[in-house]
Design a protein around this ligand. Structure first.
Ligand code: HAM
Length: 419
């Protein structure tokens, strides 16, 4: 038997309905914050991600699905959305004559060749927003507020962990200080970090292997290396977060795994008794990315979250997701003439807004009653030829078991009134 690939999953039934619910909440929030929906291709030129996310990031060096297509082009299944949005923005020359910032959201499948574990898969759905065209902290706050409120509306109690990577000058100064500090300890670092120290020393700070070590605990903090402008900007963001009553905490070791960030970086986590702290999403400002890809100076900020961990957190936190498992009407018949009427009525009721089902297996009345109960039908319409001669149907309230003969022409009004 052919089975699904490791790290992928089929979504069906209650699980699909839970995702639909999360989707609806996200759509509602994005509408209020005025972000427009966007879809980009599942695959892009490999170079897009290598240049944007960075060759030294784990995501690009170890996790992308790369392949050659039949035209010998190097293709990558998108591992994240930000690079694709930057490509879309440049390709459509949206920077010309920009009167308003571009605010978009996406809700798409992403692909990373990771070791599958709880809430981490190789194919996963990610919701993200990108805000392009403003360098003002109001834009950072727009994105952080949207991320925070989304989790609140999903019934969680999120905390935003923040840090600043500053501008290039601040980062260069910090990088030098960090290398000078870490070099004498190089033998005590894990193998990956030995390489990171040369290529991307900031990444040493969020190494999972070395995270508890004294060396990292005592490492210089980037906040002490921010120049005045970067520090002012960071402090302003904290003021706004206080003003908007967004629950946040500072983490000087938060650097995020992707190369394109500067200034604010953040992660959203929840703390649930049964599982402890769990990161659900993250983002930050990336003022250099569009310049890197298209030589256009264009400030931007964004955030993304995975569905898998969010749903896991909601489950562990005991969030009750409202799922409608009832149908409105089940139409029952036996004879061929009743069947024709059933077909007509079923369509008519659906077009009038009722969730309606009927029998597709010629089960007979007994089987149809059972089906109606299995589907939690609120009303049963029991057809029989004798009633139909008088243009009537038998309507049964499946809760109270009360029955009434109703004229077919009045059926929609009758159900509207009783439902
Ligand atoms: P990221 O931190 O790589 O950032 O991913 C964001 C979120 O996607 C993670 O916090 C996690 O919830 C989810 N995610 C990542 N990998 C997996 C996986 N293998 N399985 C399930 N969920 C996963 C980005 O992708 C940036 N593009 C965010 C951003 C947008 N920054 C600026 N704009």
């Amino acid at each position: 038997m052919i089975t699904k690939q490791k790290g992928t999953y089929d979504v069906y039934g209650v699980d699909a309905k839970k995702r639909e619910y999360v989707n609806d909440v996200i759509k509602g929030v994005c509408e209020k914050y005025n972000y427009n929906y966007i879809e980009t291709p599942v695959f892009e030129a490999t170079e897009l991600f290598h240049r944007s996310v960075g060759d030294t990031s784990d995501m690009v060096s170890k996790e992308t699905y790369d392949f050659k297509d039949r035209g010998d082009r190097s293709i990558t299944l998108r591992p994240e959305g930000t690079a694709s949005i930057a490509r879309w923005f440049l390709e459509n020359k949206l920077y010309g004559n920009m009167t308003e910032p571009v605010k978009v959201f996406y809700n798409e499948k992403m692909y990373r060749y990771e070791r599958p574990q709880s809430g981490r898969n190789r194919e996963f759905t990610q919701f993200g927003v990108e805000f392009i065209g403003s360098d003002d902290v109001m834009a950072d706050i727009d994105v952080i507020s949207l991320a925070y409120q989304t989790y609140c509306l999903l019934g969680l109690e999120p905390v935003i962990k923040i840090n600043s990577l500053g501008d290039k000058e601040s980062r260069d100064n910090y990088r030098e200080a960090l290398i000078n500090y870490l070099r004498p300890h190089i033998d005590e670092l894990c193998d990956d970090c030995k390489q990171r120290l040369e290529k991307n020393p900031l990444r040493v700070l969020d190494c999972k292997v070395d995270s508890g070590s004294e060396i990292l605990k005592n490492a210089p903090k980037i906040i002490d290396y921010l120049n005045q402008e970067s520090l002012d900007r960071y402090n302003k963001i904290k003021d706004y977060l206080d003003l908007l009553e967004i629950n946040y905490e500072e983490d000087s070791r938060l650097v995020r795994g992707l190369d394109y960030y500067d200034h604010i970086v953040f992660e959203i986590y929840v703390n649930i008794e049964s599982i402890g702290k769990m990161a659900l999403g993250g983002g930050g400002r990336y003022n250099g990315l569009i310049k890197l890809l298209g030589d256009i100076d264009m400030p931007a900020v964004g955030f993304a979250m995975g569905y898998d961990r969010t749903l896991l957190a909601m489950e562990e936190a005991g969030v009750k997701i409202p799922i409608n498992e009832n149908i409105d009407v089940y139409v029952m018949y036996v004879s061929d003439t009743e069947k024709e009427t059933a077909s007509y009525l079923t369509q008519n009721l659906r077009l009038n807004g009722f969730v309606t089902e009927t029998d597709y297996l010629n089960k007979g009345l007994k089987g149809e009653f059972k089906s109606a109960d299995r589907l939690n039908a609120k009303y049963l319409i029991i057809l029989n030829d004798k009633d139909l001669e008088d243009n009537k149907v038998n309507v049964k309230d499946n809760m109270t078991k009360e029955e009434e003969k109703v004229n077919i022409n009045d059926l929609v009004d009758y159900l509207d009134m009783h439902m």
